[in-house]
Each structure stands twice: as C-alpha cells, then as structure tokens.
Write a protein that binds this ligand. Structure first.
Ligand code: ASP
Length: 439
C-alpha cells in the first residue's frame, strides 16, 4: 500500500516544522510520495515565500534592483537547511534563478521556485528522489491541466522510484515553460500524484485537525468533522468553508481514493476523512454549516407570471447580458427572486433593471441588499425527519428573521437567507441545536 502525503506551507515554514514532517513521514513506511508546498508563514506577521517571490519578480520585471529581496528568500531556505544540519547548498540554484529573473522568465516561473527549492531540501532531508514537476505535470495549449498526458508520464516515472518528492503547485506548458495552478494549487498536485500511484489514501497535512462543523471564527471550539462525502464538501466549500483547493477533489474522486486532512502539529488527531460515499452514520444530523455575506435579492413580480411561457428566460437574460452570475432563485406563484453577489451587482444595477423591464415587463422590481446565505449541509438530513423544522425553530428562538429558504432536490442541503447582521447569530443557533444539544 502506498500513501501520498502533501504538506502545506505552514507545515514547512521552518526547520522545526520540517523536523515534525520528517518524523511523520518516517513513522509510516507507506508514506512514499511527498508533495511539499513552499515555506509559508512562521507567525501571523510573516510573509509566505510564494508572495516574496511574486514581489521580487515584479522588481525584476520592472528592471529594478531585486538583490535584497532575493537574499531574503535565500535566507528563508538557508535557515531551514542549517536548522536541519543538511549538507546542501542552494548557491547554484539561486544563481540560475537570478539569471532567469533577469531574463524575465515569467511570474509563474518565479512563484514555482518556492516549491521547487523546498522539494530539493525535502528530498535531501529524507533521502528520497527529487522529481521536477515541470517534467511530469503538463498543461495544454489553452493553459488547462492535461490530465491524460500527465497521468501517463507521471505514473511511468513514479513506477521507477521507491519513493520520491514531487513539488506542488506547478508543471509545464507545451513549450516547456513553467506554469502554476491557481493559488493553493499544491493540493492539486497531491491529488494528481495520488491518482498516478493508485494511492490507498491521499493525506493532506495542514495546521488544523481537519474540517470543522462551522467556521471557528464564529463558533469557538467548533467540533471537527470525522467523515464527509465529496458532495457535502463541495457544498460547504462553495459556501466559503476553505480546507482544500476545489480542483484537488477531481483526480482522486475519479480514482476512488479518499483524502485524509491531518494536522502536522497534532499528528495523532484523526482529522477528517473525505470519501465518495459512506454507510457510517454521521455524528450529528448535519455535517457542516457554512455561509457567505453580501448578497442582493432582486424580487420580480408579475401578475400571471406562471402562465407566461419564457418569462424566466427573459428575466435571466438581463443578468446574463450584464455578466452577473446567479446564486439562487427561489420562486413563488407570481414572483421570482434572484440572489446575486452585491459587489458584482452594484455597479451594474441600473443596466440590469433597465433590461429586465424591457425584456420581461414585470409589474414590480424590488431590491433588498445586505443579505447573507447560510448552507446547512448533511447526508444525514435525508433520513431524519424534522430537520428543517428544527433549524427554523432555532432561528426563531434566536429572534432571527428568515428571508429565504431553499432546499436542494438532493436533500443534502438547506439554504437560508438572513440579513448580514444576523449571520453569526444564525450560525451559532443552528450549530447549538444540532451539535451542542445533539437534537
Ligand atoms: N505556494 C503556493 C501558494 O501559496 C501554492 C500552495 O501552497 O499550495 O499559493
């Protein structure tokens, strides 16, 4: 059995953190393939190496002196190397990187050096083979990840290795230049590597003990989620819960490989297991709660709306033509409401209303701003009667006015609209009723 282990930036921010990671890897022989991020923040005020590289490259691109910034980056790596007492010098690497910066090798190349260099250190520290991701992870002409080519080359290459370090976050374009995934993309690399070696599990090591039932900034000591399905996770991350890069799910999900989110600073904690499906009963009726603030509800009324064929299409056209994405669309007999992002909508408000009038000829259009959407997600809701009732009585007890209700046909989630000001209190009330009182 083989495990792929990906370590995030905070797990690799210093020699001390590297040592913890070393211990984790060495404690399990199955942890054969390692995907490191770049060194992250050592404390709240620190800067991630990736951000230092972007800033440094910007100077290079504007033909300004970037030597001091480059030195500071080198210092971060040197302190790890020295702290681990490795016999390794990155002198030549930094000469090459400096020369490439001068030749304007691109911001993607610049940023990718964060994981590239960390990968070299990690391989040296563990005695594992180092594989440059530019040689095994590919993007196509349009800049999209080329899954087929990557899988072929990567699995052949990894089959030759007993163990290896494959740096996260980047690969190469068809012309050989470096390209990165979007920010946080080392999660994707971990997933791709897991698929290529048919891992039994993809361990994603970070600085929290897994996904929590609710945002810890709102709920103090929020409980961890032990097992969550991919679909539940997708619903929660769409609503703002951030654990994993969204695109990291696809490769492993397709291959039937579970993801285990683990904490480098508390390796004994079970963490969260993300699976395709499970017959394990969830600990609570709900799996998680997440939400976002800053929506506008556009209420559109028209007498006999339901009898008018094509009304919805015309109304929605007004949003589409203005490039506004629609979040939710609950409807009544002669009314429909369209939820949009306030920040996206504000600048185009009058154009949208004008076009709505022209295309759909409604009787009334009303706008309501400063709304929040909260998703209560859980595979357990389907088999439990009265979940919605419990949510609404909890909200009523907390004196919260519910502005919108939307239950997806999958019965996997219930989405509730409340005013921005009630956001935290609403999440607290729902959390308490399901988790604290275990109703
Ligand atoms: N180092 C990159 C970033 O900061 C990628 C990653 O850490 O996943 O976004």
């Amino acid at each position: 059995m083989v495990k792929v282990v990906k370590f995030g930036g905070s797990s690799l921010a210093s020699a001390e953190q590297f040592a913890k990671v070393g211990q984790i890897i060495r404690s399990d022989k199955e942890r054969k393939f390692v995907v490191p991020s770049a060194p992250g923040k050592r404390n709240a005020k620190d800067t991630k190496v990736t951000d230092m590289l972007y800033a440094c490259y910007e100077l290079a691109e504007n033909e300004q002196d970037f030597r001091i910034q480059m030195m500071k980056i080198k210092d971060r790596y040197d302190s790890i190397i020295n702290g681990l007492q490795l016999k390794l010098s990155l002198e030549e690497e930094f000469k090459q990187i400096t020369a490439n910066f001068k030749e304007k090798a691109g911001a993607d190349y610049a940023a990718s050096r964060g994981e590239y260099l960390n990968g070299i250190i990690m391989a040296n520290y563990l005695g594992y083979t180092f594989i440059d991701s530019a040689e095994v992870i590919f993007f196509d002409e349009e800049g999209n990840f080329d899954a087929e080519k990557t899988d072929k080359v990567l699995s052949a290459r990894l089959a030759e290795c007993e163990n290896a370090v494959v740096p996260g976050f980047y690969g190469s374009n068809p012309d050989g230049t470096v390209r990165t995934f979007s920010r946080g993309g080392s999660d994707i690399t971990g997933s791709i590597v897991s698929k290529a070696v048919h891992a039994s599990v993809y361990e994603n090591w970070t600085d929290v003990s897994g996904c929590l039932v609710a945002d810890p900034r709102i709920i103090k000591d929020a409980k961890p989620i032990k097992v969550i399905t991919y679909r539940e996770l997708r619903e929660l991350s769409y609503m703002g819960a951030s654990v994993l890069h969204e695109d990291a799910i696809f490769p492993v999900r397709k291959a039937g490989i579970p993801i285990n989110i683990k904490n480098t600073n508390a390796p004994e904690d079970e963490g969260t297991l993300i699976v395709e499906s499970t017959c394990q009963k969830p600990e609570f009726t709900i799996t998680g709660i997440a939400g976002k603030k800053g929506f506008v509800a556009v209420n559109i009324d028209k007498d006999m709306m339901n009898a008018e064929v094509g009304f919805c299409r015309k109304a929605l056209q007004a949003f589409e033509d203005n490039g506004i994405s629609i979040e939710h669309m609950p409807s009544g007999i002669d009314t429909m409401t369209v939820f949009v992002h306030q920040a996206e909508f504000e600048g185009k408000e009058q154009q949208v209303i004008g076009e709505l009038r022209r295309l759909a000829r409604p009787d009334v259009i009303e706008l309501e701003a400063d709304l929040a959407l909260i998703a209560v997600v859980g595979r357990g809701m389907r088999s439990n009667r009265g979940t919605a009732g419990r949510i609404f009585s909890a909200l009523a007890h907390a004196n919260i006015n519910v502005r919108m209700i939307d239950q997806g046909s999958s019965e996997l989630n219930i989405i509730i609209g409340v005013s921005n000001n009630d956001f935290d209190a609403a999440i607290q009330a729902i959390y308490d009723i399901f988790v604290e009182t275990r109703l």
